[in-house]
Write a protein that binds this ligand. Structure first.
Ligand SMILES: [Zn+2]
Length: 293
C-alpha cells in the first residue's frame, strides 16, 4: 500500500471514530438526562451568579435568577444549597417591607431544647390578619399536624422566601402573586403550637436567616433597606445547629443518680452539670430529661 494512501486511510478512520463517538453522545437519552440534571443542579447557580456581572441582577426580580426556575410546592427547602457554596456577600433589597403581624416577639430564633428554632414567634389572637412581608408569589400552602400546622411560603421578588405558620385560615391560592402588606391568612394555633402565634421565617435559597437581623420587631420596620447577606455574619448560627444535632438526651429512671447516668452514657457528672446548668447536689426526678451529649 502506498504511503499517501495509508495516511489518508488513517485520517478517514479517525473521522469515522470521532463521528460515532459524538453521535452516540447526541442520541443517548441517558446523556441528555444527565445534561438536564446538570442544568437543574442548584449548586451551579451561585457560580453563575458570581460570573454574572450585570448590575441589574439584584434590582429587578432577582429571584428568577437566584432560584434558576426551581419552583415546587413539594418542600420548604428543595434547593439543598450548603451555606459554604453561597457567594461571600449578597445584597438583598428590603424596601417596601410590611410587618406580617404587629405582635411582640414571644420566642427568638436559635437553639431550643431538643431542636433548632429557625424562625421567630410573634404574638397574635386567633383570626388576626397576617400580611405578606414583601411582594412575591405563593409557593407553598400546606398543613403539618405535628409541625407548622397550616402554613404558607412566599417567594419574594427580592430573593428571600418567608414562612408563615400555625395559621387558622389561608386566604391565598397556590402560585398567586401577592403585594407587600396584602392579607394572606388569619393567625392561629394549628400544628405544634402551645398558644396562638405566628411562626415567621426568613430564608435565602432554603437557608434560614434570623428575622431579627432583618427586621426590628419593636418599630415594625426593616433595619436597613439594603441588606447584606454574608456567610460569616448571616449564618453565624451554624455551630449552634450542629450542637443541637449532636445533642443526646436521657430520660431519668427510678433509682438513677447523676453518677449512674454519667457512666451509663459515657460521660462525667461534671459534664452533665455543665450541659444542663445544674449542680452536683441538684435533685433529679424520674421522667426528667437530661442532656448527656
Ligand atoms: Zn416558632
Amino acid at each position: 500500500m502506498p504511503v499517501f494512501f495509508k495516511k489518508n486511510f488513517l485520517f478517514v478512520f479517525l473521522i469515522f471514530i470521532s463521528y460515532n463517538l459524538h453521535s452516540e453522545q447526541r442520541n443517548n437519552p441517558q446523556t441528555d438526562f444527565k445534561k438536564i440534571i446538570a442544568l437543574k443542579d442548584t449548586g451551579n447557580i451561585y457560580q453563575e451568579m458570581l460570573n454574572d456581572k450585570s448590575d441589574d441582577l439584584m434590582e429587578n426580580h432577582p429571584s428568577e435568577d437566584i432560584y434558576n426556575n426551581i419552583w415546587t410546592s413539594e418542600r420548604l427547602n428543595p434547593y439543598k444549597v450548603p451555606i459554604d457554596s453561597l457567594p461571600d456577600s449578597i445584597h438583598v433589597n428590603l424596601s417596601h417591607f410590611h410587618i406580617p403581624v404587629p405582635g411582640a416577639v414571644t420566642s427568638e430564633f436559635g437553639p431550643r431544647r431538643y431542636r433548632f428554632h429557625y424562625g421567630i414567634d410573634l404574638r397574635l389572637n386567633v383570626g388576626d390578619s397576617v400580611l405578606a412581608a414583601f411582594s412575591g408569589k405563593v409557593r407553598i400552602i400546606d398543613y403539618e399536624g405535628h409541625g407548622y400546622g397550616h402554613y404558607v411560603v412566599i417567594r419574594h421578588d427580592n430573593g428571600l422566601e418567608t414562612v408563615y405558620a400555625h395559621l387558622s385560615k389561608v386566604l391565598v391560592n397556590l402560585n398567586q402573586r401577592v403585594k407587600s402588606g396584602e392579607l394572606i391568612a388569619l393567625g392561629g394555633n394549628t400544628g405544634r403550637s402551645t398558644g396562638p402565634h405566628l411562626h415567621f421565617e426568613t430564608r435565602y435559597i432554603g437557608n434560614a436567616i434570623n428575622p431579627a437581623t432583618i427586621i426590628n420587631f419593636i418599630t415594625g420596620k426593616v433595619i436597613t433597606e439594603n441588606y447584606l447577606i454574608t456567610k460569616k455574619k448571616t449564618f453565624y448560627y451554624q455551630t449552634e445547629v450542629k450542637a443541637v444535632q449532636l445533642a443526646k438526651y436521657y430520660k431519668v429512671r427510678q433509682g438513677d443518680n447523676l453518677g449512674s447516668i454519667a457512666s451509663r452514657n459515657g460521660t462525667s457528672v461534671k459534664n452533665l452539670c455543665r450541659l444542663n446548668g445544674i449542680k452536683q447536689k441538684t435533685l433529679i426526678r424520674p421522667g426528667q430529661r437530661l442532656r448527656v451529649r
